[in-house]
Design a protein around this ligand. Sequence first.
Ligand code: GAP
Length: 499
Amino acid sequence: MATQEKTVENTQLKDIISHAKEYGFIFPSSEIYDGLQAVYDYGQMGVELKNNIKNLWWKCMTQLNQNVVGLDAAIFMHPLVWKASGHVDSFSDPMIDNKDSKKRYRADVLLEEKAAQYENEGDVEKANALLAEMGKLLEAEDLDGVRELIIREGIKCPISGTANWTEVRQFNLMFSTEVGSVADETNTIYLRPETAQGIFVNFLNVQKTGRMKVPFGIAQIGKAFRNEIVARQFIFRMREFEQMEMQFFVRPGTEMEWYNQWKETRKKWHEAIGIPAESLRYHDHEKLAHYANAAVDIEYKFPFGFKEVEGIHSRTDFDLTQHQELSRKKLQYFDNDLNEEGKPYGNYIPYVIETSAGADRLFLMTLCNAYTEEEITEGDNTKSRTFLKLHPSLAPVKAAILPLTKKDGLPEKAEKIFNDLKFDFNMIFEERDSIGKRYTRQDLIGTPFCIAVDHQTLEDDTVTVRDRDSREQVRMPISELKNYIEKAVSFKSIFEKLG
Ligand code: GAP
């Protein structure tokens, strides 16, 4: 018997999108009304997978790091927060419209796609030169120069096929709404475009009440909202999404050391959840955000190319300084440890290293990485199988309990096993259809173990356990099931890789 797997590169995004829909991972939002662009809902399997990813991230941040604690700040914040952070004035994307198709595009994305095309054609030098030139123009806020570059590169609108472009304009990405019953400007508040600011404004609350000493971090998971104009590639770029962010407060002057440390730790985390090292890479930012003095993306090789899943940013003391100025409340930390000269550091505003991952992008990465099609040849017969090779600790369902038939007391026996294990694991009990069909259904949602209850079970209290990836079956006593599953699905193996 031989098996052959299809690689991620050969997998089409459209296969993954239809798989996600068909097996209850992701549905278009408000689908019965034809959906809402760039907004998605997580179905019965999707919510489990996403919760597992978030839970793992949370535990890795807070349980593995004694000096990182959690927070859950509100989505609505005082409007001055976004003035202080710079989002009101400069959280915008350079947009360009095609006059013929009336379609709007992100100017930088058009150029990045052109660079990716050069790279795919093997001309990495040309790709890098284009990205460097774009970076310089954006840095200098030379929007006319960006337009000229688009025209010089012969970039055309994919809808109209023409290069009849408008000028490039900046477009603010924040959603606004009003609080209270009177709609005037003073009541305007924003849906947060990043979770980070909730951490900054609570920096002293947490530091004081938790008696935290620099260096320390605050982690948070929550929704963020951006009025993305170019919303494509499924859940990669959404208008409502979830971030998993951690701000790590350090002594001024030590930030590059911590930046490098977190950069490495975070890449290791992605590898620990089963993403192959060759599918990940760093991408240093050409154009730094208004708050950063160093920034790198961790990119994953999606079916549509290497794209960002997480950013690590050295945010200096920009945010805390800005909040101190606008709120007129001191946001300083008193450091009573000694410096190299043996003197107390005294008061300072800490520098910040941020790790910022998108829960939805990690979800898409996990799904793309797990989606496997294989050909199985047995003698003259070749059949194909699709399954999700998810890390067992992330799989939505850990085990399925399957009585071989609906009679002879097998369902009752199987139900007892299910009832004993359901307190420990998310499981499925299924008695409909042939056992083969039931195995297939579990493969498609990535369940690592299928436990078959047969007539021998009634005699000797043993069951067969089928492994999702190898399809091999082992017979084991019911009393060993809990430890067997626990060993595979616990976060411990991941924790151990992270030290
Ligand atoms: N606090 C820093 C910050 O927000 P960012 O690079 O704009 O930085 C961080 O966003 C992460 O959030 C990205 O790496 C990505 O995973 C996720 N993200 C950003 N915009 C997104 C969108 N429109 N849809 C889904 N995820 C998004």
